[in-house]
Design a protein around this ligand. Structure first.
Ligand SMILES: *Cc1c(COP(=O)(O)O)cnc(C)c1O
Length: 399
């Protein structure tokens, strides 16, 4: 073994010793209530395809039609010759859906966060993130070169303290421009399923002259009178400067997006490096995402949504406590120790149920959990089977 491989192997050994080693699972066939992993048919409680749209006939048909008309690849970046009709149609549709002047799509939510934060914030500016913000938001903040501050999870008092410090610091800076302040959070947190207090966050950022960026990755398509997300449900969308989402979760496709005023989109087109220096998303992905948005907007997913919330409600009724009254398809089973979470996941797997153990670095060390997610693709019988197994493995008390 040469020294390069030796170095790699010793790193892998360290990861393995901490019960943190990850490997890929070969999945055969489409997403659904059941999936085939390594040749085994399993009941799947791990997907973010909350509405079951990734396998919806109209979404698949839109993707297939886009391949026929526009080809498999997009050929170049958006700013060269890759800005195809499906991208423009998707962006018009996203802006309409979210009720904003404009929208921009990216190849992923990760790329959207990285490009957007970097485009808007520079050295000397300040980004203040909720401690549990997704890795893409953290990475975007790091890459931007701006000063990074963190506030305790959903803690308004702590955020106000940080905002006040930074606003005061900005006020005494002479000869130079006041630093921009950006508060960043998720609306529904990806690993805990709890919600940010968006109305109160909007009040605070207004008071200190900051901007607010909200990642609705786990809420888009599922909440509010227009299904836009939690901001829509709370009626605060217009108070959020930068609205972000992904098309890889409830929209059943792939890609990320930013919605907001036209000037925001124009700045991103000119400055967001993950947008500029990357081949445009394939036409099929854009067309599938648009079909999913259209289905949701037209109310055709109401039945899926009703079924999803029924499943969530019945799980909560049968499993002791759950944080917060709001409905959410993410129901973490908190375990703590990494090795215990891994063996709980294994025990479920032996019974034909797939709920992966989520460990560091996805969550903090010692906060390992089984991240249970429910989908409209599940039947009531699936939910009963899950409950029976959680109870017999004595995992029910964790939820
Ligand atoms: C999944 C996720 C993303 C990334 O979106 P992708 O389209 O999967 O890259 C961003 N933010 C949050 C909160 C997420 O859960």
């Amino acid at each position: 073994m040469n020294s390069f491989e030796q170095d790699l192997c010793s790193r892998l050994e360290t990861i393995r010793e901490q019960s943190l080693l990850r490997t890929l699972r070969p999945v055969n066939g489409p997403q659904g209530a059941r999936i085939e992993i390594a040749g085994r048919d399993l009941l799947n409680f791990s997907s973010n395809d909350y509405l079951g749209l990734s396998n919806h006939p109209l979404v698949k048909e839109a993707a297939a039609r886009a391949v026929e008309r526009h080809g498999a690849g997009s050929g170049a970046s958006r700013l060269i010759c890759g800005s195809l009709a499906p991208h423009q149609e998707l962006e018009a549709c996203l802006a309409d859906f979210k009720g904003t002047a404009a929208a921009l799509s990216f190849s992923s939510g990760y790329a959207a966060a990285l490009g957007t934060i970097g485009a808007l914030m520079d050295k000397g500016d300040v980004i203040i993130l909720d401690r549990l913000s997704h890795a893409c938001l953290v990475d975007g903040a790091r890459l931007s070169g701006a000063t990074m501050r963190v506030f305790k999870h959903n803690d308004l008092e702590n955020l106000e303290k940080v905002l006040k410090q930074e606003a005061d610091r900005g006020a005494i800076q002479k000869n130079s421009k006041r630093p921009r302040l950006l508060v960043v959070t998720e609306s529904v947190f990806s690993m805990d399923g709890d919600r940010a207090p968006l109305a109160e966050l909007a009040d605070l950022k207004d008071r200190y002259g900051a901007w607010l960026m909200v990642d609705e990755a786990h809420a888009t398509g599922m909440h509010g009178p227009h299904f836009r997300g939690v901001a829509d449900e709370l009626g605060v969308s217009h108070r959020i400067e930068i609205q972000m989402g992904t098309m890889g979760k409830a929209l059943g496709s792939a890609g990320g997006f930013i919605c907001g005023p036209q000037a925001l989109i124009d700045v991103l087109v000119n400055r967001a490096r993950s947008f500029i220096f990357s081949t445009a998303p394939v036409p099929a992905a854009a067309a599938a995402a648009r079909a999913a948005v259209e289905l949701i907007r037209s109310g055709q997913c109401q039945e899926n949504l009703t079924r999803l919330w029924q499943h969530v409600t019945s799980l909560r009724e049968n499993l002791s406590t759950m944080a917060g009254p709001a409905l959410c398809p993410i129901l973490p089973l908190h375990i703590g120790e990494e090795s215990k979470a891994a063996s709980a996941g294994k025990a479920l797997l032996e019974r034909g149920i797939f709920i992966p153990a989520i460990r560091y670095p996805s969550v903090a060390r010692g906060k390992a959990r089984l991240r249970l997610t429910v989908s409209a693709a599940h039947s009531s019988a699936d939910i009963r089977l899950l409950l029976d197994n959680l109870k017999s493995l004595e995992l029910a008390q964790h939820i």
